[in-house]
Design a protein. Structure first.
Ligand code: GLC
Length: 466
């Protein structure tokens, strides 16, 4: 991090702003409040993350018990006294942090991000800032502590998600997403928000983020979630995002921060874009430039455990989420919502196992890979990834050819080709002249595939490029 004196005064100023009502919102003003880096510094800080390509999200909280979406409190407008039953009975007795960590590692994931607090406001660590915490439930243990230790033991990078939104905190003002929202009129909001004070809430944010980033050793990623500027919404001024970001960077130099603090327009205001449950078809831009990105995806739609959801993606669809992300230069963070007893359920386990099986053979086409250079035209039925260091190009065969061949328009660049799962040669051959004449527009050189597809969910051909 450059320029420490500017940084120190930025922190001081930012905390000053935290106690007043912040009015700074112009990007050029905000940029002065947060540390700035050169492009090279940012790239090397983020290198482990861009090389990893694959992580696990874990959404766990009281909402695992109603088991019908992590937004259940606001979707069903459940009042505090009724939501209390989950707190009073929270006891995920089968929780084993080592199991969670092992499952992530075996699936081929390199980092994990856990909801230390989600929008419901319940805290999974022994915070001093509120009583609404896991150590006051029958479970009684600091889950964040066990989680960070287990990840480190497996060599995984440690991420925490922290909800900016808080539907339990008495100072958090009622807005368009709040369970107590009324008829949307200004008068109703004024009545509901009487006595609520966002300045006090901002202080609570600073206190909690300080705890998370000082009491658990090295934290590699923090996910702040989320902003919804506009009428009856919340923006960077409500959270005092510059103060929180400066704090995170000060307490954990090297930490990687998402982009949901409403700072996309501020230089240095975020580290990656986070397209959610959405298929990216081209590398996303920020201010006209390609920017690091990570798509966050669920197995079935909800983030928290949802017992009755019947919209589970197939294992193959899940694999495609990963390949499609890397093919456009991004990461995938795949979510698991543990059950109320603290375990991954059978449906999640089955998909994680499929990831693990595929990654065992094909991780070389994922780790350290990115979008292929434009000079390589994508063959029919394939998606490509590229490792710029080893100069290997990977054809992920989504649609296995019935003709026994995949046409290549850049065969002159290929030195050798093989299936990645078993290292068996795929001959690259030209067509005999008499066949070339039958379809003049078609490819003339092919990867000659075995007629019977290999027993791999998505076969990969590794091309050694000259
Ligand atoms: C959203 C949702 C949420 C989930 C998150 C993950 O913004 O509010 O429930 O935690 O995205 O990306």
């Amino acid at each position: 991090m450059k320029n420490t004196s500017v940084f120190a005064s930025a922190v001081a100023f930012a905390s000053l702003v935290a106690s007043a009502s912040p009015t700074l919102s112009r990007p050029e003003d905000v940029a002065k409040l947060i540390p700035q880096e050169t492009a090279g510094e940012t790239a090397s800080r983020m290198a482990w993350w861009t090389d990893s390509r694959f992580g696990m999200f874990i959404h766990f909280g009281l909402y695992a018990m109603p088991a019908r979406h992590e937004w259940v409190k606001t979707y069903e407008r459940i009042p505090e006294d009724r939501y209390r039953v989950y707190f009073d009975n929270f006891n995920p007795d089968l929780f084993d942090a080592r199991e969670w960590a092992r499952s992530a590692k075996e699936a081929g994931m390199k980092y994990v991000v856990l909801t230390a607090k989600h929008h419901e406001g319940f805290c999974l660590w022994d915070t001093a800032a509120t009583d609404y915490k896991i150590t006051n439930t029958p479970f009684g243990r600091d889950l964040v502590k066990e989680y960070v230790e287990a990840l480190r033991a497996e060599g995984l990078k440690v991420g925490l998600y922290y909800s900016l939104i808080d539907w339990h905190h008495p100072d958090f003002t009622v807005d368009q997403h709040h369970p107590l929202r009324g008829d949307e009129s200004d008068e109703t909001y004024a009545r509901l928000n009487k006595g609520r004070d966002m300045a006090r809430y901002r202080k609570f944010l600073v206190d909690q983020v300080t705890e998370l980033l000082t009491q658990y050793g090295k934290i590699d990623i923090i996910w702040f979630d989320f902003s919804y500027p506009g009428k009856h919404g919340k923006s960077r001024d409500d959270w005092d995002s510059p103060a929180l970001l400066a704090l995170a960077r000060k307490l954990q130099p090297g930490i990687i921060v998402d982009n949901r603090m409403d700072m996309n327009d501020v230089p240095g205001g975020c580290d990656f874009l986070s397209p959610e449950q959405f298929k990216v078809t081209a590398w996303p831009l920020l201010n006209g430039k390609r920017f690091p990105w990570e798509t966050c995806q669920t197995f079935s739609g909800s983030w928290g455990y949802h017992r009755d959801e019947s919209t589970w993606k197939s294992p193959k669809q899940c694999l495609q989420l990963l390949i499609d992300a890397v093919a456009h230069g991004g990461n995938l963070i795949m979510n698991v919502g543990p059950t109320g007893r603290g375990e991954f359920d059978a449906r999640a386990k089955a998909r994680l196992e499929e990831f693990g099986k595929w990654m065992h053979w094909n991780s070389r086409a994922i780790y350290g890979c990115t979008e292929a250079p434009a000079e390589f035209e994508t063959p029919d039925g394939c998606v490509m990834t590229w490792n710029p260091k080893t100069r290997r190009l990977y054809l992920h065969v989504y649609s296995y050819p019935s003709s026994g061949a995949i046409g290549l328009r850049f065969a002159d660049r290929v030195e050798y080709a093989q299936f990645l799962h078993d290292g068996s040669e795929i001959p690259v051959k030209g067509l005999p002249d008499w066949q070339k004449a039958t379809d003049p527009g078609a490819c003339t050189t092919f990867c000659m595939m075995p007629v019977t597809p290999p027993d791999v969910a998505i076969p990969v051909i590794e091309l050694f490029i000259k």
